[in-house]
Design a protein around this ligand. Sequence first.
Ligand SMILES: Cc1ncc(COP(=O)(O)O)c(C=O)c1O
Length: 392
Amino acid sequence: MEETLAPALQRRHAQSLYRQRRIVTGPQGSRLSLDDGSVLNFCSNDYLGLANHPEIIAALKRGADEYGVGAGASHLINGHSRAHHALEEALADFLGRPRALLFSTGYMANLGVITSLVGKGDAILEDRINHASLIDAGLLSGARLQRYLHADINSLHKHLQKQANTDDRRRLIATDGVFSMDGDLAPLPALSATAQHYNAWLMVDDAHGIGIIGKQGRGTVDHFALDQNQAPVLMGTLSKAFGAFGAFVAGSEALIDTLIQQARSYIYTTALPPAIAEAARTGLALLQAGDERREKLTALIQQFRNGAEQLGLTLMASQTPIQPLIVGTARQAMTLSEILLQDHQILVSAIRPPTVPEGSARLRITLCANHTATQVDQLLAALDAGTQKMVQ
Ligand SMILES: Cc1ncc(COP(=O)(O)O)c(C=O)c1O
């Protein structure tokens, strides 16, 4: 085995594609403790700064006191606690959907939904830069997977027209709400109109939208004022703006019932620890009441974008906390990331192919409501110095 695996690992090293973990020794925050010192953190998905919030920690402790730690079994055996149920009801209420269903992770939610809704003889249409879990789910489903050009309705139309005469029984269009590596919003009104035109269903993975966009953080579907008929499948995660862990799907009675009956990644896995559900429910309450945090975040995003423009740095068309800086090759992205860390004690990890297309390796800079304006200025100064050092 060693001999078989070693060459591919060496190749990864040589191509600057080797993936490595850093050891974090404290909670998430604008500063982060690493094994080898404290750094400014600009790559977390904890956008509202709730992951270390005292009320969420207290809810987790209370939950552990009441329910212990392990859920003991899957939801359908005896693992579905009142804590899980209360969170599902709160999420459904928040998102204005009849029901919501918890999954252990967003990855599992996407696998569960897509494989329950489409299969052999059906078609799934996905934005080319959708999150890997949506793509993997499409592949696993056995449906015909077609990837249209990023946010390109004409491309989607072409794919749908081509198969208008095929016997595909069901058609599902799946998209990120906020694209996880680019930070832009999916054109949801046009996607939903297209879905209705071709009698397809629209699924929105709003992992990076809920909590950040829309009224009280209700996400991209709310931002574009789409109702349940227009976007019948809404998925979100509890690990980003919520500051907790887990994921959910919100939708109609029939959708949720179908998932409970059929979604293998729901049925054949242990339920989340109930204490996590309690923590996430507190995260939801904080997120809902979090307009001040969202306003602060918006101001930081604007400050960062204005500053970057003044420095001549080209950012992508994103108004969300995800502000990628395209660098080029994997090696260049790794170099800039390393300069920021070594010279400026700023952590922004490099995102490389295959996570992003070849030639578009980047620093995926993310902002968080806990950052200060001074910290954003520090980041800008470091990016300026770092990019200049790169060209020397
Ligand atoms: C758009 C999107 N969907 C799904 C996921 C997966 O969620 P989880 O981390 O809960 O598995 C992520 C990232 O984590 C994501 O960015």
